[in-house]
Write a protein that binds this ligand. Structure first.
Ligand SMILES: Nc1ncnc2c1ncn2[C@@H]1O[C@H](COP(=O)(O)OP(=O)(O)OP(=O)(O)O)[C@@H](O)[C@H]1O
Ligand SMILES: [Mg+2]
Length: 263
């Protein structure tokens, strides 16, 4: 079997049924290339988050395979999966729900190291300071609790935590949907900077076609559990082949002003 080195993750024939006979993900296949940002769009309930969970093995598929860096993820033992987990992380939509309100930021950001029994060579303290700096937060944030931060700052904390173990792949499940447009735009620009700095591969889940066009190289479109279109972003956005994609593009508002400038 020939292996395409440019592919980091490959999903083949993914199916998920929570109830027998009701497919919320139905025969989905696609590949994510190293270093790219693949957009995943589709209306609410189309199965985007479920696909994300299947890729990271946070849920088990009813059928299908996921290969990550050439290895069959679904065949891995718990122990092997732990090793893989540090390489793939997820950032969720709701920056409030994702952070334990009783933990200081210092504990929140140290947790990944404890879970994986790992110490960065420069020391945890130095790594935390670096992570805070790269997401644009002050060092004083370490001694504070989540409720002391705004939505945008909390999402920065979530991003810092996701990056703590230096993963190579990040699933961003509507990371700015809960934020004001201008705050969201700043977080999107931060994600772009981080991708360059740390050579990250992204799966960016979104409702917003303009945002996907701004951030993504290619885009996959889901409708009722199925993948209806997949292609280069510019191509899909300017000449969608699928009627549903056309409607999605027509339904989404213009690009926020904050993202148009400086690009
Ligand atoms: N744990 C679960 N048990 C049963 N059904 C579920 C579960 N998780 C999701 N579903 C169902 O699967 C379908 C797809 O949900 P999913 O969350 O993947 O959609 P989505 O595209 O991410 O939607 P949104 O844009 O609203 O986040 C929905 O009908 C949802 O109700
Ligand atoms: Mg979702």
């Amino acid at each position: 079997m020939s292996v395409d080195e440019s592919v980091l993750l490959e999903a083949q024939g993914l199916v998920k049924e929570y109830e027998p006979g009701r497919r919320v993900v139905d025969d989905v296949s696609f590949a994510i290339r190293r270093g790219e940002t693949l957009g995943l769009v589709g209306e609410s309930g189309s199965g985007k988050s479920t696909v994300a969970r299947l890729l990271l093995r946070l849920a088990e598929p009813t059928a299908g395979t996921v290969r990550y860096d050439g290895q069959d993820l679904l065949a891995m033992s718990q122990r092997e999966m732990r090793g893989m987990r540090r390489r793939m992380q997820i950032v969720f939509q709701d920056p409030y729900a994702a952070l334990n309100p009783r933990m200081k930021v210092k504990q929140i950001l140290s947790e990944p190291f404890e879970i994986h029994g790992e110490r960065p060579s420069e020391g945890v303290g130095a790594r935390l300071q670096e992570m805070l700096k790269t997401v644009g937060l002050e060092e004083s944030a370490l001694e504070r609790f989540p409720h002391e931060f705004s939505g945008g700052q909390r999402q920065r904390i979530n991003i810092a935590r996701a990056l703590a173990l230096r993963p190579e792949f990040l699933v961003l499940d509507e990371p700015v949907s809960a934020l004001d447009v201008s705050v969201g735009a700043q977080v999107v620009n931060l994600l772009r900077e981080l991708q360059k700095r740390y050579v990250l591969t992204y799966l960016f889940i979104s409702h917003s076609m303009p945002l996907v066009r701004y951030l993504c190289d290619r885009v996959a479109v889901m409708q009722r559990g199925r993948l209806v279109e997949l292609g280069e972003c510019e191509q899909v956005c300017s000449a969608p082949r699928d009627e549903y994609t056309r409607r999605l593009i027509a339904a989404t508002p213009e690009m926020p002003e904050a993202l148009r400038v400086g690009d």
